[in-house]
Design a protein around this ligand. Structure first.
Ligand code: 13P
Ligand code: SF4
Length: 336
């Protein structure tokens, strides 16, 4: 079946009507009729091929709710990839996430629907950079954010995600390390450094989405929407974090809203996440922030269908690098 010619049949309508009830605010009926056939066909093919779709919180709602089997933050997707018994993992997220899945599941086929889905943080540092850091700071452990290439992970002592970075740095502190090096996100590192006694040496990388938020944005948001609850991702600059009511990884922010149901909320993070939260929490008025990750937005339903049909593009990692990269990820999973 060609990815370009899918019809909105009665069968598709019946299979996707209850999902559409949830996503009504996000998609017009006309738009839905173009998306639903892809959702239906992808879900059929997933079963046929024993494939699992890991969908990051920044996927658009059609992907996130339509075809995601496991949805969550970077940490959760890595944990679930490690436990999965599917033959094929379709990573709906960016390349470093697919590499993490491949490192943890070397015998599975890991497919990313668009190989160009990168990350400004992952691109800000190379394995050679980490080797130089180690030479310049002998004995100091390197804590690398999962938003890095397999080569960078292979040179690192332990990985972290935004949900466990502080925990990992403090765990190293308890092991007797009074200094660590954090790569590559300077804001995550600054935000962790503000909350730990461990000295943090910082690499100068940023997320092209979160670096755009300013304290002024938050102040204006509060002035325009009195009483609004402000959540921020730790990739935001410290002055934005200082203005937030709650800070956490994408999954932690999602959990917070589910649990506390604020009347009105704003997320200083990628914009699709607000749409996904709005769909699951109809009582919460979500105010959008409109910062989009162009890499995450490369993952679309037609590309997911094509990936399932063709069995590619497949993520491959040199076995020697994959083996070395596994250790810091496993160490992180143990410490989390
Ligand atoms: P999370 O680990 O919080 O999902 O963040 C991943 C990411 O890329 C944020 O920009
Ligand atoms: Fe990378 Fe930022 Fe996009 Fe996340 S939002 S994938 S950190 S560029």
């Amino acid at each position: 079946m060609s990815a370009e010619r899918l019809d909105y049949t009665d069968e598709v309508a019946e299979a996707t009507t209850s999902l559409y009830e949830r996503l009504r605010k996000q998609y017009s009926p006309e738009r839905w009729q173009t998306l639903a056939p892809y959702i239906h066909e992808i879900n059929r093919l997933k079963k046929e091929k024993n494939a699992v779709v890991l969908a990051h919180n920044y996927m658009t709602p059609d992907v996130f709710y339509g075809v995601g089997d496991v949805m969550g933050d970077s940490l959760m997707l890595a944990q679930k990839a490690a436990q999965s018994d599917a033959d094929i993992i379709i990573q709906c997220g960016v390349h470093f996430m697919a590499e993490t899945s491949k490192i943890l599941c070397p015998d599975k086929k890991v497919i990313i629907p668009d190989m160009e889905a990168g990350c400004s943080l992952a691109e800000s540092i190379t394995g050679a950079d980490v080797r130089k850091l180690k030479a310049d700071h002998p004995g100091i452990p390197i804590v690398s954010y999962v938003n890095t290439s397999a080569e960078v992970k292979a040179e690192s002592d332990v990985c972290c995600t935004s949900s466990n970075a502080l925990k990992i740095v403090n765990a190293l502190g308890r092991e007797g390390h009074n200094t660590v090096i954090m790569t590559p996100d300077k804001y995550l590192a600054q935000n962790v450094a503000a909350e730990t006694d461990v000295k943090v040496i910082i690499w100068d990388g940023t997320c092209m989405v979160h670096e755009r938020f300013t304290a002024e944005d938050v102040k204006k948001m509060r002035a325009d929407h009195p009483g609004i609850f402000v959540l921020a991702h730790p990739e935001c600059p410290p002055e934005v974090m200082a203005q937030a009511d709650y800070a956490g990884s994408t999954a932690q922010m999602d959990d917070y809203i589910k649990e506390h149901q604020p009347k009105m909320a704003v997320l200083y993070t990628e914009c699709s996440m607000s749409d996904n939260i709005a769909a699951a929490n109809p009582e919460v008025e979500m105010i959008g922030t409109c910062q989009m990750c162009p890499h995450m937005k490369r993952i679309t339903l037609p590309k997911i269908l094509k990936a399932l049909q063709s069995g590619g593009p497949e993520v491959e990692i040199e076995p020697e690098i994959a083996q070395r990269a596994r250790k810091p990820i496993e160490r992180m999973l143990e410490l989390s």
